[in-house]
Every structure is written in C-alpha cells, then in structure tokens.
Ligand binder design. Structure first.
Ligand SMILES: Nc1nc2c(c(=O)[nH]1)N[C@H]1C(S)=C(S)[C@@H](COP(=O)(O)O)O[C@H]1N2
Ligand SMILES: [Mo]
Length: 254
C-alpha cells in the first residue's frame, strides 16, 4: 500500500489528520489475521510519513560565489512608487519600521538598523520563477524563525502572512507560508543581496527568502509580518496575491 501512495495523497491524509491515514491503513488490512500483522504493516507507513515530513525540512541547494548569476533580473513590481514608499526611499528607510503582529505575545516594531543588528545568515541559492527563468544570488538577512521566537507565537498561530508595500489591482501584494517553512533554517527576511544593501528593484528594505518555493512566494517590500490561525479572511482567501488572482498553487515547492 505505501508504495502506491503518492506524495500528494499521503500529505493530504496527513493534512486531514493522522487518524485518516491510520484508518486508511486499517481498512486495507481489516481482513488480515492477527494484531501482529497490523503492527507489522503500520511501521513502514509511519516511516514513510516521517520521511515526507523531514523532506520539508531539507535544505535547498546552496552554491559557491563563482556560480552566482552575473545578472539577477527583477520581476513583478520593481518599485512600489506609492507616496509612502517613495518617502521611505528618500529618507533611506530611517523612520521605517517592520511590524510583527497578529497572534504573537509581543508585537514588535523594528527599525532596519535593529534588524541588521540581529543575527544574520548568508546563503547563495537559486531563484526559480514560474515564468521560466532562474538566477543564483546571495542573500543576507535575519532568519525568520528568530524573529518569530522573539515575538512569541501564540498556540493558535498556523500561518505567517507578509504584507507588502506595492499594490496589485489596488490591493497590497501579500504572501503567506506555514510554520514549517517559517522556521526552516534558510527562510529569512533579507536586507542584503550579492554583498550589497538590498535595492529597490529587489524589494528594499526587506524581502522574504523561502528557498524551497518558487519566485512568487519571495515577497518583496515586506512591511508587516502577521501571524494568523487561518488564511480564509485575508484578501481573496487563497494565501497570496497570485494564488487569489490566477490560481497559482499556495505551496509552490521546488
Ligand atoms: N511585493 C512583491 N513581491 C514579489 C513580486 C511582486 O510583484 N511584488 N513578484 C514576485 C515574483 S513573480 C518573482 S519571480 C520575484 C522576483 O524577485 P526579483 O525582482 O528580486 O527578481 O518576486 C516575487 N515577489
Ligand atoms: Mo515569478
């Protein structure tokens, strides 16, 4: 049975609750004689499930400096150009604050200087856009998990939503990820790119890097990080601007 389970099928079963997975197993072996037999079959299924869960924790490939793309194009918004954003650019983001709120014990409002003073991680990864281009670049930033631990997620929190400065069809661009990706060691709010301060084209002052997923998940111009229990009440309810607009997958694994 485990050999016939597709990745999607098993994850669906897990998402619906472990009970569904076990029940499916029990249905299959109902006729089999003896409890020994049931225990014997349950074990490989659990190992398989475990492997899929740890797969989500695997690192995205990292590259050497020599492999970096000479040109990393911009895509989507290259400048939010709202009066608010333009004022922040003019001031060098001196008065800008990142809001961390929603289902957190300690809401935060951090300056860019405070964010840059916190622990940082640097990684060289490949960005894959669904429109058919890729680029390898170096990102430096604050691991998102550290920020969330500082804010203290409430137990009801299940998703992290990123609210951006740019507008798409008059609504702010937004994206969201689950807590597995939020606490993944390579997931960060990047303020540096290719050894320089992150520029306007690539999402200044702060953009998400969630390295196991496609380009449109990499929210630029992040103004606010919100912890929520459900995505249903936010914008179109599908967890992101492109998910709402044209039905792109919410989980866009690469
Ligand atoms: N706020 C915001 N984030 C965004 C987008 C956007 O239009 N607005 N475009 C997305 C898409 S489709 C891609 S491929 C990447 C492009 O990032 P880059 O401009 O740094 O290459 O940003 C993603 N994040
Ligand atoms: Mo993209």
């Amino acid at each position: 049975m485990s050999a016939r389970l597709t990745r999607r099928g098993l994850l669906g079963g897990l998402a619906a609750g472990g009970g569904g997975l076990l029940l499916a197993g029990c249905d299959k072996i109902d006729a089999a004689p003896g409890v020994q037999r049931i225990l014997g079959l349950a074990e490989p299924l659990n190992l398989h499930a475990q492997r899929l869960v740890s797969d989500r924790a695997a690192l995205a490939p990292e590259f050497s400096a020599a492999e970096m793309s000479p040109v990393f194009r911009t895509n989507g918004t290259a400048n939010p150009a709202t009066p608010d954003y333009a004022a922040h650019v003019a001031a060098g983001f001196a008065d800008w604050r990142l809001a961390v709120d929603g289902l957190v014990a300690n809401p935060l409002a951090l300056s860019l200087a405070q964010i840059r003073q916190r622990p940082r991680r640097t990684q060289i990864t490949r960005h894959d856009c669904v429109e058919g281009w890729s680029a390898i670049g170096q990102w430096t930033g604050l691991p998102l998990g550290m920020l969330l631990r500082e804010a203290g997620l409430r137990p009801q929190a299940r998703y992290i939503v990123f609210h951006c400065a740019d507008l798409f069809r008059d609504a702010p661009y937004y994206e969201s990820i689950d807590l597995i990706d939020a606490f993944h060691p390579q997931t960060m709010l990047a303020w540096g790119m290719n050894g320089q301060t992150l520029g306007v084209g690539h999402g200044a002052p702060l953009r998400l890097r969630v390295e196991r997923q496609l380009g449109y998940k990499q929210a630029k111009y992040v103004m606010r990080v919100e912890a929520v229990a459900s995505l249903a009440g936010i914008a179109g309810g599908k967890g992101g601007t492109w998910e709402d607009a044209i039905g792109y997958q919410w989980y866009a694994g690469v």
